[in-house]
Design a protein around this ligand. Structure first.
Ligand code: TA6
Length: 301
């Protein structure tokens, strides 16, 4: 569907309109009474959310490139139908193929509370089936308002169960990494990917003073990013997710990645709602599985 067709079919005055944000990159631009947001149709990738009266909540690298087939540094990458490296074929893309594939807009709606809702579906191709030979449909539903609600919805449309790895790999904007603590994971066991996947237990809040890449397991807890720099707390309230990933590349890794910008690692932290590693989920025939998160911003008391 081209931009004209997208607007003809799905635009809503004072809510959502579509435009090309780069060559071959259509996006939904949302602006309503409560917030602004931007979502690229490639990956159904939300790259901006700013509730009225607040600084942007979602971080996007100044070096992020909107390019066909390329992942975007920042926003909410949708990791599906696996998380991290493919478990048997290293040539396949990390975090699955959903985030670099074009999604279709299924519907848009203006909600009674003034929020804007948009639902996407990934059109599965033969190439995808070759990478992951299962009969599944996947949709992403996003509601943009004072809060941001994101649901990743997977249905088993076949006649045998399959195992799914997934994440909303969300990059949050923070004042400075030295002024942040992440609460909610005290006592949780985690796999430490910067310590040869050692199993550890979290004691107290998470502070970041080096590279952090941890998959917290068997937790459905809310997480709170306490940002003393921006004097706010971001709450991540999830359902249908048993893992939480916390990631900051720190200096060396950020330099190697090359697309976080000068000191970009200081302005971001990922707190990802996932089903990963030991927590991958098995979905039975005709079952529909939701991984849902509500993001909200609260003043720091
Ligand atoms: O979720 C953390 C992580 O798996 C890190 O290991 C790092 O690779 C990050 O994702 C970014 O991955 P990407 O493929 O987007 O560069």
């Amino acid at each position: 569907m081209d931009i004209a067709e997208l607007n003809q079919k799905h635009a809503i005055a004072n809510h959502v309109a579509f435009r090309e944000i780069a060559d071959g990159m259509p996006a939904a631009e949302i602006s309503n009474a409560h917030a602004k947001a931007g979502i690229a149709l490639q990956g159904a990738h939300l790259y901006a959310w700013q509730p009225d009266g607040h600084e942007p909540v979602i971080w996007l690298s100044e070096f992020a490139k909107f390019a066909p087939g390329k992942s975007l540094r920042g926003g909410i990458p949708v990791c599906w139908p696996w998380f991290g490296p493919h478990d048997s074929d290293s040539k396949l893309p990390a975090h699955g193929y959903a985030r670099t594939s074009m999604w279709d807009v299924v519907e848009t709606a203006a909600l009674p509370d003034g929020s804007t809702q948009i639902r996407f579906e990934l059109a599965q191709t033969n190439q995808m089936r070759e990478q992951w030979p299962h009969a599944a449909s996947v949709q992403l539903q996003i509601s943009v308002g004072r809060t941001l609600q994101v649901s990743l919805i997977t249905a088993n449309t076949g006649d045998s169960p399959f195992t799914l790895g997934e994440a909303l790999h969300t990059y949050f904007r923070i004042g400075d990494v030295s002024n942040v603590a992440i609460r909610g994971l005290d006592g949780c066991s985690y796999i430490d990917k910067v310590a040869d996947a050692a199993h550890q237990v979290q004691h107290g809040d998470i502070v970041i003073d080096n590279e952090v890449d941890r998959v917290y397991l068997d937790t459905d807890a809310d997480c709170i990013i306490e940002d003393r720099g921006l004097k706010r707390a971001i709450r991540i309230a999830k359902q249908g997710s048993h893992s939480t990933v916390v990631w900051n590349p720190w200096i060396e890794k950020a330099e190697k990645m090359g697309d976080l910008g000068e000191d970009g690692y200081r302005a971001m932290v990922c707190v990802e709602s996932a089903n990963a590693l030991d927590n991958v989920v098995s979905i039975a025939p005709n079952e529909t599985h939701h991984l849902s998160v509500i993001y909200s911003v609260e003043p720091l008391d």
